[in-house]
Write a protein that binds this ligand. Structure first.
Ligand SMILES: [Zn+2]
Length: 182
């Protein structure tokens, strides 16, 4: 995994470029979607083999899971939106993208097994061609160590800076304050 903070941060950039009215609920659902796939790390302690579909980077790191998460989010938290209306689809796509961004970022890391992107339909572990993000240790003690600092530095370069650039560009193109009337 990349660290939870970085996954959440990437989701804020995705949220910021989503062309709908955005509030704290919207950003929170996106951030939870971006972090939640790593709950599968529980499997390490529960004795689930890493390379099984239920193991770490298994089904919770699939596009199918992102689809389920986005669908559940819409039916639980956006009951006022008419299903499949334009706004509904944009919100759905945003939550899908935030959740799927987790798996895609993991697929750019230097370690671990690949990501089971097409589970449960096709069980294969994928990496993307750009394996540049240092893999984050699962254990918290190791995280706050020298390895942890190297991981954060690498996530800063490959996740935080691009996310900042996206957010700042979005601020310029689409400022958060009401535009002055000419
Ligand atoms: Zn992960």
């Amino acid at each position: 995994m990349a660290s939870a903070f970085s996954h959440a941060f990437a989701s804020l950039a995705i949220g910021r470029v989503t062309p709908v009215a955005r509030g704290w609920k919207f950003y929170l659902i996106g951030a939870v979607g971006a972090v939640i796939p790593d709950l599968d790390a529980i499997g390490f302690w529960a004795g689930v083999p890493y390379d099984s579909m239920l193991g770490h980077r298994g089904i919770t790191h699939s596009f199918f899971f992102a689809f389920l998460y986005a669908t559940a989010a819409m039916f639980l938290f956006y009951t006022n939106e008419k299903p499949l209306s334009r706004t509904w689809l944009i919100l759905f796509a945003s939550f899908f993208a935030s959740t799927a961004s987790h798996a895609l970022l993991d697929a750019c890391t230097t370690g671990g097994l690949g990501v089971d992107l097409f589970a449960p339909f096709y069980d294969h572990r994928y990496f993307l061609p750009w394996r540049v993000i240092k893999v984050s240790p699962i254990s918290v003690t190791r995280f706050f160590s020298e390895t942890g600092i190297r991981v954060l530095a690498s996530e800063f370069v490959w996740i935080w800076i691009p996310s900042f650039v996206i957010m700042i560009t979005a601020m310029i193109i689409d400022p958060p304050y009401p535009k002055q009337k000419a």
